[in-house]
Design a protein. Structure first.
Length: 278
């Protein structure tokens, strides 16, 4: 259920869409119920969108474009930015960089990276976090996280590398059934030509060297060929642009990748773990 406090915290694009929809509906002489009938939503859902109590979903924006857009594409264009309004504050600045990146080099140490999560895994992870979130906020965040996967289908194609700690694969989130689905999804991702997925095994430190000790990171190559590093921990984030620091972290990432299993071994381990989930 939408909450009144959302009206105060709604982002600028959410407010803009609400105002556009309200004025364009009034211009056509429709009530909220009549608009709802045309787009497949209840009058209360339309009201929640127009008052910013609940941001428009991707599905609602598609239907608003068809019903109210008059061929201008305003609601279609707003989809990306409404989605940004739904992200946590520390992630918003990075989200656009991620979606436009030429290349991503990712290292995930605690849970499956958000780009590779299934909907069920994401819902269990977000819904089980602390502090607890209301159900409608969990669903907003799940929807926004799933929308990030459009990067895999984008043209021009993005080249994506990800190194996952083996402990990430063995940590059950939600249920064994959810983990089985997550493992199968990872295996499918690993077979895509633009994706390189490797697993850093639990015994990686037996040689006396463990390059991943300082935590996860995300290396980004922008369309302008700039290289940046994004770090996030405990609800705080840092975007590093200094070339010397980016270079040092890039070299560390290369060492992490070198200590990981190769692509074929990693896929074999993921398939094995999928089979072990009962």
């Amino acid at each position: 259920m939408a909450r009144s406090e959302n009206k105060e915290s709604a982002g600028p694009t959410t407010r803009l869409v609400a105002g556009m929809a309200r004025r364009m509906r009034a211009r056509k002489g429709w009530t909220q119920e009549q608009l709802g009938d045309r787009i497949g939503f209840t009058a209360s859902a339309v009201s929640a969108m127009e008052t910013c109590a609940q941001p428009a979903s991707d599905a609602m924006l598609v239907q608003l474009e068809a019903a109210l857009g008059d061929g201008l594409g305003l609601f279609e264009q707003a989809r990306e930015y409404v989605r940004l309004d739904k992200y946590p504050a520390q992630f918003k600045n990075y989200a656009l960089l991620e979606q436009k990146a030429l290349g991503l080099h990712l290292y995930a140490t605690l849970v499956v990276h958000g780009l590779f999560q299934t909907e069920e895994y994401a819902r269990a992870l977000i819904g089980g976090g602390y502090p607890p979130l209301p159900e409608h906020r969990v669903e907003e965040l799940v929807e926004a996280r799933m929308a990030r996967r459009a990067l895999f289908e984008r043209e021009p194609v993005a080249l994506i590398e990800v190194v996952l700690e083996e402990s990430v694969l063995r940590r059950t989130i939600g249920s064994e059934e959810i983990m089985r689905g997550q493992m199968r999804h990872l295996a499918g991702c690993a077979r895509q030509r633009n994706v390189t997925l490797q697993v850093l095994p639990l015994d990686a430190g037996l040689s006396g060297e463990y390059a991943g000790a300082r935590g996860g990171m995300e290396l980004v190559e922008t369309p302008e060929h700039d290289r940046l590093v994004y770090l996030e921990m405990q609800g705080e984030s840092l975007l590093i642009k200094d070339p010397a620091k980016v270079s040092a972290l890039t070299q560390r990432y290369a060492r992490i990748r070198a200590q990981a299993l190769d692509r074929r071994e990693s896929l074999g381990l993921i398939e094995q773990l999928a089979g072990e989930q009962r």
